[in-house]
Design a protein around this ligand. Structure first.
Ligand SMILES: Cc1cc2nc3c(=O)[nH]c(=O)nc-3n(C[C@H](O)[C@H](O)[C@H](O)COP(=O)(O)OP(=O)(O)OC[C@H]3O[C@@H](n4cnc5c(N)ncnc54)[C@H](O)[C@@H]3O)c2cc1C
Length: 453
């Protein structure tokens, strides 16, 4: 039995053991089917707390799990020490330099709100409840500005990190450049990231929103979307999702329990041009709901309408090299009522270009990213996992080796063989070399684990 009492005495923050009031809250995650059950949770209040927790874990041969926004825990963390960072959250905007300094598990929403005051915006993702740091560690592709400016991790200028030896380091392109490159795409393998500085972009308003079309128009809409998306300039970003929405009252009445195609669209430029570019899609079918308009960035930021509450959800993901007519036919065939949402994002533009300094994002050049979600209860887990697997299997003929790391499902992210395929052997071996140097015993293995041992 590990004696956690000594660690509790060293902390500015709080240590929680199973059964303690507050333990369940500290172990919060969005995925109700994958609860966190660590041997202890450290609610760190300072970098010194993170160092103390990591050193304690090292001395007691414990694995360390990290929870940021709680959107994609790959393990239960049973037997491990969990570190949470909410007490360290902070966002400071430097409007003149167009940068944000972000600490702890600050969520994108906090960054968006702080930046908006200066007419600036971050390269946030579709869910603003995701932690900014957790997101950029996997690259980070957003629904508004990503085709214009690239992955969010391209615009990180420095990270503060506590590595497995308990040292607090600041790394950037000039200081420990190999670690800096590994952190931008290599996920949580190299330590606990306590802070970062990112670039912001002038985007006070954008054209953005979504169009919900009736599901009956799916067969016309998807080929039209594919052909239209290919013509868009880099200022425009789009995706679609075939959805069977639940009958929840939070949804507008026409969407409750409805089968829909949700087209998402954003344009960063003159509103007249952005609106005109969308016209061909507006003409394909009458909409149930159309919210696309020139709006402040914080309004557009949630244009996907991602859930904001924890849910019992399973997911799978796949990079797609093309969307042939047959690909779309298979997608439609498998995107039946059992699946909550089957989403395809059109990538390209700046997402294809190399970053200014080396990084570890493996998905550059990938044309499309698919992510599929299914609600499940413990009783029908296997059936729903089977439905997701059937979709992925049917689309395999059009798969690309590359995938966006952030969308890997837990079983995809924790399979070293699959991770090696996603990163490609050269990049994987580079990440492995950095892992061997900074975390030789694999203390940080409760994640998308690059395995040195
Ligand atoms: C609804 C939804 C929408 C999404 N939309 C997008 C999107 O538009 N674009 C995109 O790129 N991704 C998107 N994602 C994926 C998301 O970016 C990843 O799941 C990300 O890892 C979530 O980070 P988190 O901190 O919120 O989650 P957590 O579950 O807290 O963390 C996930 C993992 O990240 C690592 N981690 C997190 N914080 C730290 C830290 N400070 N130090 C070290 N390691 C850390 C840990 O390994 C941890 O296990 C979406 C996910 C969901 C669920």
């Amino acid at each position: 039995m590990t004696d956690f009492g000594k660690l509790a005495g060293e902390l500015d923050g709080t240590l929680f053991l199973p059964g303690d009031p507050g333990y369940a809250g500290e172990c919060f995650t969005f995925h109700l089917l994958q609860p966190l059950t660590p041997d202890a949770a450290v609610g760190a209040a300072s970098v010194a707390d993170v160092q103390a927790a990591v050193r304690f874990a090292g001395a007691n041969d414990l694995a360390v799990a990290v929870r940021g926004g709680g959107h994609l825990q790959t393990h239960s963390a049973a037997g491990a020490l969990l570190i949470t960072l909410d007490r360290m959250n902070g966002v400071t905007i430097d409007a003149r330099r167009r940068t944000a300094r972000i600490t702890g598990a600050a969520r994108w929403q906090e960054v968006i709100d702080a930046a908006a005051g200066a007419g600036l915006a971050p390269l946030s993702g579709s869910a603003t409840t995701v932690s900014a740091i957790g997101y950029v560690l996997g690259g980070g592709q957003g629904p508004i500005l990503s085709r214009r400016y690239g992955y969010a991790s391209d615009h990180v200028t420095s990270f503060d990190i506590v590595t497995a030896d308990g040292r607090a380091r600041t790394v950037d392109a000039a200081h420990e450049p190999d670690l800096f490159a590994a952190l931008r795409g290599g996920k949580g393998n190299f330590g606990v990231v306590t802070g970062m500085e990112i670039g912001l972009f002038p985007a006070a308003t954008v054209v953005g929103g979504g169009i919900y079309f009736p599901g009956a128009a799916t067969e016309r809409l998807l080929p039209a979307w594919r052909d239209w998306a290919a013509t868009l300039p880099e200022q425009a970003t789009t995706s679609f999702a075939v959805q069977w929405l639940p009958p929840f009252e939070v949804l507008p009445p026409m969407l409750r329990g409805a089968h829909v195609v949700h087209l998402r669209y954003a344009y960063d430029g003159p509103a007249g041009i952005g609106t005109a570019l969308l016209e061909p899609m507006r003409a394909v079918a009458p909409a149930l709901l159309d919210t696309v308009a020139e709006v402040p960035y914080p309004v557009a930021a949630v244009l996907h309408n991602d859930p904001t509450e924890p849910a019992p959800v399973l997911h799978r993901s796949l990079g797609l090299a093309e969307l042939a007519d047959e690909t779309l036919a298979e997608l439609i065939r498998h995107a039946g009522p059992d699946l909550l949402s089957v989403e395809v994002r059109a990538l390209g533009g700046a997402l294809d270009r190399p970053p200014a300094t080396p990084d570890s994002v493996p998905s550059r050049g990938l044309p499309y990213q698919l992510t599929a979600f299914a609600l499940a209860t413990p009783d029908d887990l296997a059936r729903q996992a089977g439905n997701l697997a059937a979709l992925i299997g049917a689309l395999r003929p059009w798969a690309d080796r590359r995938q966006m790391v952030n969308f890997l499902a837990p079983d995809e992210a924790t399979d070293p063989a699959q991770l090696r395929v996603v990163y490609g052997p050269e990049l994987y071996d580079r990440l492995l070399a950095v892992k061997r140097r900074y975390d030789p015993t694999s203390m940080f293995r409760m994640n998308h684990s690059i395995r040195p041992v």
